[in-house]
Each structure stands twice: as structure tokens, then as C-alpha cells.
Design a protein around this ligand. Structure first.
Ligand SMILES: [Zn+2]
Length: 308
């Protein structure tokens, strides 16, 4: 029996996107360049000319398009309209009927609670990003969300701004978060957003409790956060969607506040020692409090591009 590319693509596509793909076909904007039994190359004329390749692989399909939405994205990203157009056109060239309206209604992906633009905005101002949206980025970006552990919103720690913060509280919070990653359904990709958001919540508590905490103590606490970021956090998550960026911009923000308040505190020396070693563990040379301060502007030495 002939395989239908559209049928495989349907559950990996948002309904709105599907309709736009169909439109390209009915407007005759699609042209098959080369077709084999298992693979097709198609040109789709949209705002410009896009090149789509679809290839059957096992029960699935490998899909490629050079539009801005799909280019360099993970295979897990839902299909773009050009891929839909290519699949329908390829099927019809092999006399396979396209999915009915009923099929489209019942098999396409349910729309994500955040829009693509909403996600772009999160990364535009990471310091103000809505943590609940960060928690679900991977689910949005994937066409086949895996069942995965739901993590707590944050580790247990007092939010009371009248209480001085102690290093031991932070260490306890970190070890709690490390245990989350041992849960049976912990998934470094799908849980990355929740892990990142929880780290952000912890940093927000630290910021809230700055006033009552002694300078030397809070400076060391932030050094430990940098250390944990490099040595643990980055290993516990698959940050391919870029969610790793949110905690460091908060760390940079807190460090800039501390530098303003305690510019000559002797604890900075110890801070520099700790972060230098932590940075070297991730091949970041000569990390110090001035460099970390710049993180608030996202001037991390490893931009998300290098990580993905
Ligand atoms: Zn495309």
C-alpha cells in the first residue's frame, strides 16, 4: 500500500498551518522537483521560493524546509505550511486523496497556549519573561510531547524578605532540584523549561532577601549559583530551545546590584576564585564578577547558537 505523507504529517501540524498549506496547493504554488519512492523535493512559492524535502523513515517522516520557521530547527518542531503543501502535492501525484476536513479537525495538533511571537518575546526580554511560559516551551516546540515528570514550581525556601539568607538554605535548594532530575519520568528536554523556571524562582527569592543578608554571605551565595549553573544545571537540562538563558540573566542582574552596594567587599575575591574554576569547567576562561555582571545584558560567552 502506498504511504500517505499527509497522513503522517497531520498529527505534527497545527490546524491553522494545515489550512495555509492546502491554500498553497489550490493556488498552484507547489512544484515537485524530484520524486523517488521514499523521498521528494518540492519547491513552494510563498513570500519567496522555499525548498522542502520529505523522506519516509520507518513509520515516520523526516522533513526539511529552508523557511525561517523550520531552518535549523529540531525535527521535533511542528510542520510548516510549506511541508504541508509539499506532502499534499506529493500524495496527489501518487493518487492518494488528501485528508478530509474531519480528519484535519480530529488529528491536527491542539493550538499551543502561547504563540510563536509570545516565545520570541520571552527571549527578547529574558529578565521579565513569564516563568509559566518558560515551563511549557518544549511542549510547544515539539509535535510529540513525551509524558514527563511535572516538577515543583520551585525548591522549598522561605520567601520572607525580613530573614537573612544563609548559604545552607541555597545548598539545600540545589540538592532538592538535583533530586528532581532523578525522578523516573524526568526528561532533560521536556523538563528543561520547568527546571529553568524553578532556578529563576530561587534567584528571585535570593534577590528579595538581599537587603537583610550580610554582604559577604550574599556574594558567596551568588558565586555558588554561578557554580551550580555550570556544573549541574547545564548538565541536568537539554537547553536546545534556549531555556538555559533565563537564570544567568538574573544572576547578572543580582551581581550588578551587589557591585553597586558593596563595591569593595573582600568577598569578591573569593567570588572570583569560585566562578573562575566553575567557568573553566565549561571552557569559559577568566570568569569574574565584572563578566558575570554583564550577563544581565545576555552577554554570555556562549550564545544559544553555539549550544544548539
Ligand atoms: Zn517552511
Amino acid at each position: 500500500m502506498k504511504k500517505s505523507a499527509a497522513e503522517i504529517l497531520l498529527p505534527r501540524t497545527y490546524k491553522e498551518v494545515w489550512k495555509r498549506g492546502e491554500f498553497y496547493v489550490s493556488a498552484k504554488k507547489v512544484k515537485i522537483i524530484k520524486a523517488h519512492e521514499k523521498q521528494v523535493k518540492v519547491a513552494v512559492i510563498g513570500e519567496k521560493k522555499y525548498s522542502v524535502i520529505l523522506k519516509f523513515s520507518g513509520d515516520g517522516i523526516i522533513k526539511q524546509c529552508d523557511c525561517a520557521y523550520s531552518l535549523d530547527g529540531p525535527q521535533a518542531r511542528p510542520a510548516c505550511k510549506h511541508m504541508v503543501a509539499a506532502a499534499i502535492c506529493w500524495d496527489e501525484s501518487r493518487r492518494i486523496i488528501r485528508p478530509s476536513k474531519k480528519d484535519i479537525d480530529s488529528h491536527t495538533l491542539t493550538p499551543a497556549p502561547i504563540s510563536r511571537q509570545g516565545i520570541i518575546n520571552l527571549f527578547k526580554s529574558p529578565l521579565r519573561a513569564d516563568l509559566d511560559k518558560i515551563r511549557i516551551i518544549a511542549e510547544y516546540s515539539s509535535w510529540r510531547p513525551q509524558p514527563h515528570a511535572r516538577l515543583p514550581n520551585m525548591p522549598k525556601i522561605s520567601r520572607d524578605s525580613r530573614r537573612p539568607l544563609k548559604i545552607s538554605e541555597i545548598k539545600k535548594a540545589f540538592s532538592e532540584m538535583e533530586k528532581w532530575a532523578e525522578r523516573s519520568l524526568y526528561d532533560p528536554y521536556f523538563c528543561a523549561g520547568e527546571m529553568s523556571a524553578a532556578f529563576c524562582e530561587l534567584l528571585d527569592v535570593i534577590k528579595k532577601r538581599i537587603d537583610k543578608t550580610e554582604a559577604g554571605e550574599i556574594i558567596l551565595i551568588i558565586a555558588l549559583c554561578v557554580d551550580w549553573f555550570y556544573r549541574k544545571f547545564n548538565k541536568l537540562i537539554d537547553g536546545i530551545e534556549g531555556v538555559w538563558i533565563f537564570p544567568p540573566v538574573r544572576i547578572g542582574n543580582i551581581v550588578s546590584i551587589l557591585i553597586r552596594r558593596h563595591p569593595r567587599d573582600p568577598a569578591w575575591q573569593k567570588f572570583n576564585k569560585i566562578v573562575k574554576i566553575a567557568g573553566e569547567s565549561a571552557n569559559k576562561k577568566n570568569l569574574n564578577y565584572r563578566v558575570v555582571e554583564e550577563w544581565k545584558n545576555e552577554k554570555l560567552q556562549n550564545k544559544s547558537k553555539n549550544k544548539s
